[in-house]
Ligand binder design. Sequence first.
Ligand code: MTE
Ligand code: MO
Length: 502
Amino acid sequence: MQTRRFAALTGLAAAGVALGVAEVVAILTGATTSPLVSVGGVVIDSVPAKVKDFAVAVFYTYDKLALSVGMLIILAIVAALIGILAARREIWGYLGLGGFGVIGIVAALSRHNAPWYAFVPTLVGVLAGAGTLRWLLTREAGDNATPEERRSFLRTAGYTLVGAVVVGFASRWWSTRRGVEADRASVNLPPVAPNSVAPLPPSADAGLPDLSPFVTPNQDFYRIDTALVVPQLTTEDWQLRIHGRVDKEITISWDELLKRPMIERYITLACVSNEVGGDLISNTKWQGVRVSDLLDEARPQAGADQVVSRSIDGFTAGTPTAVLRDGRDAMLAIAMNGEPLPVEHGFPVRMVVPGLYGYVSATKWLVELELSSFADFDAYWIKRGWAAQGPIKTESRIDTPRAGANPRAGEVTIAGVAWAQHRGISKVEIQVDDGAWQTATLLPVPSTDTWRQWTLQWQATPGRHRLTVRATDNGGQTQTDAVAPPDPDGATGWHSVNVEVR
Ligand SMILES: Nc1nc2c(c(=O)[nH]1)N[C@H]1C(S)=C(S)[C@@H](COP(=O)(O)O)O[C@H]1N2
Ligand SMILES: [Mo]
């Protein structure tokens, strides 16, 4: 029994060294070639959409953290088994490590834009792991080992394992902080022309506790993406290629992008996965360059009805060319709230299109715009069954009082947000229990491209009450009460909260 535990520890230490060394080599040769990151990426891209919805539902946006932890647990179990097998017959240990290696190498080489040397980190890691296995097997304390020999082995193997894990995590952390964060800190945002500065009506925000602020602070902005580790793209390495069905292919660098006329706009971004009443929606002041200016230069050809925006990590979104050229402020954004884009929100450049869900428009770590057609190409989520067209649906949410709150009887402020990006909100109504719909007060907005706060004073009477909200957009469409799930093109229904007035 004791012996078996030692054997398991040997396996763990060997696998730990393999992965730790692979991490270090990957950081030196290009961080995405790491076996852990590439296998995780393959898993994310191949899990069925339903499983992913489930993961997001259970782990919220920590789904990728959950995946990493799950992968490490599975790896640890397999590594321990390899150690136990290796104690029986050494060759089994090397075969096991080799099997790991093959999976890591195939995954690394299959990733988008993988360099030819993507196999190197895994290969070096597996060799280091095999060496560690050999070395520990010779020291592994057998059944007739003395207590001192056992302790000595435990120390050696334990330190090896802990050392490998620490080195692996430290190098990953170091590469993130040093490279792209330093680059981001050194960005000087160019000024925005005075007539392009977004106006913000001073009273756009009621400033109520529990009511989502009109402008979401960057650190609170919702985050959704398929990236297991955030792509590390510096401004120096960044370039955008506009190609495909265009008369003139264009490639621009970061410096060239910054020389272009800059606009600033408040635009509310929403995720198609947002449930009724959910919080996968945020609003910020974006700074960037108009997409239409760049498209005009590239001159899309007839029939190129889809612009495929592609991220450095291979993610794609498909946006109607017509929408990008219809005069709305679709932008290549470089800043949120006056700061360079946070790395997890797409540094250095992402796309933002007023009125469309993120999955068909808001590509982060953007490096390509390819003119194509909807008939010819399905973007990332379309291949997985979501709708090719993703206009944001008219929706509204009650932020205060919160569900389950116990306000005092008397005057209670009901407040929340409503959105119908690019159409605008014209009316919000509240229903208490089965009463008549009451019209809420709408706060001013800078444009039709943002959400809109609303408030209503309610004379609350003691007891349980259900509050329901519905919005109407400027096109006269009232939010439907028909309940639909997010899949395939956005959830619908009315948001209700139950409260008990004291
Ligand atoms: N590169 C990349 N860009 C992406 C995604 C992604 O997975 N990868 N997800 C999209 C989706 S589904 C949404 S809702 C928005 C979310 O942007 P945020 O994380 O800045 O809120 O990014 C979009 N851009
Ligand atoms: Mo999304």
